[in-house]
Design a protein around this ligand. Structure first.
Ligand code: NDP
Length: 246
């Protein structure tokens, strides 16, 4: 991936950090974003000279054109966008307020579309680019107490197919990775203090253990590489078999 520039939202922690790490190892330059500067600084120090950060809140939709412009001017044309930033809300559906629902959908769907559009305009012009979405098992089957999260991730899965149809004639590929249960801060929050949920997740994972953030990183490198040049509109589960487990 040398010579390529990858923009990874939420790249300072968890899955996003390991996507950035795997892409750096594969030779790419990476730009990671997030709301908090401290984790981004620490991440860039660990990732080395091929990594850069910009503090940015993806829900500030009006900032996203400027973000892409800034990166393209200072680092180079964005060849790969990984829409990784996301938030979760675990709550019984009947207790979810409209404000809470809107907050999840704004981060996980509206912001993903707005940033994708900003990058895709330039990619279409250059007739080259790769867009990657990070979805969830909550877009594949009925996980209880994540109505807003599951709705947002299901919408992104749908968007992948639509955008792949629109952009394929312009040299731009669009795919999703659907992680299973991966050990990060987000999953610790969702599973912590809920051993029953943890056991259920493990029982239907044939490999019998949770995944590591780098498992998603390796898949992202593959999907973003020329080795995946004939793959578009796909959703790749990286889940230890969770989505097909009995
Ligand atoms: P983390 O909570 O560890 O990381 C989320 C990252 O997103 C953080 O770096 C956070 O940084 C950033 N982020 C959140 N909101 C915003 C925002 N408004 N603007 C910019 N950055 C933001 O979670 P994971 O690493 O577990 O999750 C990464 C992705 O993977 C998410 O999309 C999640 O839905 C998905 N996923 C995770 C699974 C798991 O088991 N862990 C399973 C399935 C999917 P900051 O707070 O500084 O903004």
């Amino acid at each position: 991936m040398s010579g390529k520039v990858a923009l990874i939202t939420g790249g300072g922690t968890g899955i996003g950090f390991d996507i950035a790490r795997c892409m750096v190892e594969a030779g790419a330059q990476v730009v990671i974003t997030g709301r908090r500067e401290e984790p981004l600084k620490e991440a860039v120090a660990l990732l080395g000279g091929q990594a850069h950060y910009v503090t940015n809140d993806v829900t500030d939709l009006g900032s996203l054109e400027g973000l892409v412009e800034q990166i393209e001017t200072t680092v180079g044309p964005v060849d790969i966008l990984v829409n990784n930033a996301g938030i979760n809300l675990k709550k019984p559906a009947l207790e979810v307020t409209d404000e809470e629902f809107a907050r999840i959908v704004h981060t996980n769907l509206h912001a993903v579309f707005a940033l994708t559009r900003a990058c895709a305009r330039r990619m279409v012009e250059r007739r080259s680019g790769c867009l990657l979405m990070i979805t969830s098992m909550a877009a594949y089957y009925g996980i209880d107490r994540v109505a807003a999260y599951g709705a947002s991730k299901s919408a992104v899965e749908g968007m992948v197919r639509i955008l792949a149809s629109e952009f394929s004639g312009h040299g731009v590929r669009v795919n999703a990775i659907a992680p299973g249960f991966i050990e990060t801060e987000m999953s610790r929050k969702a599973m912590g203090g809920d051993p029953d949920r943890r056991d259920r997740a493990l029982r239907r994972t044939p490999m019998g253990h949770f995944g590591k953030p780098e498992d998603i990183g390796h898949a992202a490198v593959f999907l973003a590489s020329d080795g995946a040049r004939y793959i578009t509109g796909a959703s790749l589960p990286v889940d230890g078999g969770n989505s097909i487990g009995f």
